[in-house]
Design a protein around this ligand. Structure first.
Ligand code: NI
Length: 274
């Protein structure tokens, strides 16, 4: 059972994660404001993290402060083409966001990617690796834009990780909790009319009532990132929107749908690379 100290730590961590995320992705704050001006209170459905499948930094390491605060591991997911494993964690208090963590299976990647990633991981100071809140340590390595691109050619996911490191990849608005927007489609229209481009890969809305989950997301806006060979613009973080449907027992479905999440990952793809 988590103590109140752990719960306080969790609240602080969630605030810091949001602060970092909305700094990299100012559109998240703007969308928050857009909804608040309509009288809405935004509820966060889940926070997502990315990492590499390596004992130093794997899913368990990212999950540490959440497990300490009472979260437990739920379902596992596999994304074969993207070479990702993932799982989600839930807290007994349903008002707390779910946590979705994925990791890139390095052993399935080329020698080039394995070598480049090892070069990143070996730079992380021991004190950073031992920090219980490693999940918010930012980018604990130096990397060139050239190497980041080399990684991205094989795995957009690895390229994003190299550039941004450890922080929330996205937060998610729970559409069910909105009172002035009746559907995800309606929210998407509102967002597009307000100037926020959406990820159209696999259609703007991924999933549907049959899968008990509908999702959409913005396209991660480019962010200027310092690299050892100069600053460059790369897609940063994005904001996600989820509508959940009730299961047979009447409670809302709390899991994730692999085919939908697969396309959502592409919200950080380099668009000019296509
Ligand atoms: Ni998500």
């Amino acid at each position: 059972m988590a103590s109140s100290v752990d719960t306080d730590k969790l609240t602080l961590l969630l605030d810091r994660l949001w602060g970092d995320f909305s700094r990299i992705n100012p559109q998240a704050g703007a969308i928050h404001l857009l909804l608040e001006r309509r009288g809405e209170t935004v509820v966060n459905d889940h926070i997502a993290f990315r990492t590499f499948a390596d004992p130093r930094v794997g899913i368990d390491v990212i999950a540490k402060p959440f497990v300490a605060a009472g979260y437990t591991r739920q379902q596992s997911y596999q994304f074969k083409q993207k070479k990702l494993d993932a799982c989600h964690y839930e807290h007994p208090d349903p008002t707390l966001p779910k946590v979705f963590i994925s990791e890139l299976k390095l052993q399935e990647c080329s020698q080039t990617v394995q070598h480049l990633v090892e070069n990143l991981l070996s730079q992380i100071p021991a004190e950073t690796l031992n920090d219980p809140e490693f999940c918010l340590s930012g980018r604990p390595w130096e990397v060139s834009y050239a190497d980041t691109n080399l990684l991205a050619q094989e795995s957009e996911y690895a390229g994003w990780m190299a550039a941004f490191g450890y922080r929330a990849n996205h937060f998610t608005v729970l559409v069910n909790s909105l009172k002035t927007v009746g559907s995800l489609e309606e929210l998407n229209t509102l967002l597009k009319e307000s100037g926020f481009p959406l990820n159209g890969d696999g259609g703007e809305i991924k999933g549907g009532p049959d899968e008990l989950l509908e999702q959409s997301s913005t396209l991660a806006p480019p962010v200027t990132v310092p690299f050892t060979d100069g600053d460059a613009q790369v897609p940063g973080c994005y904001y996600e929107f989820a509508k959940r449907y009730p299961r047979a027992d009447g409670t809302l479905f709390s899991g994730f749908v692999t085919t939908s999440a697969d396309k959502i990952f592409q919200s950080t793809d380099r668009r000019d690379a296509r």
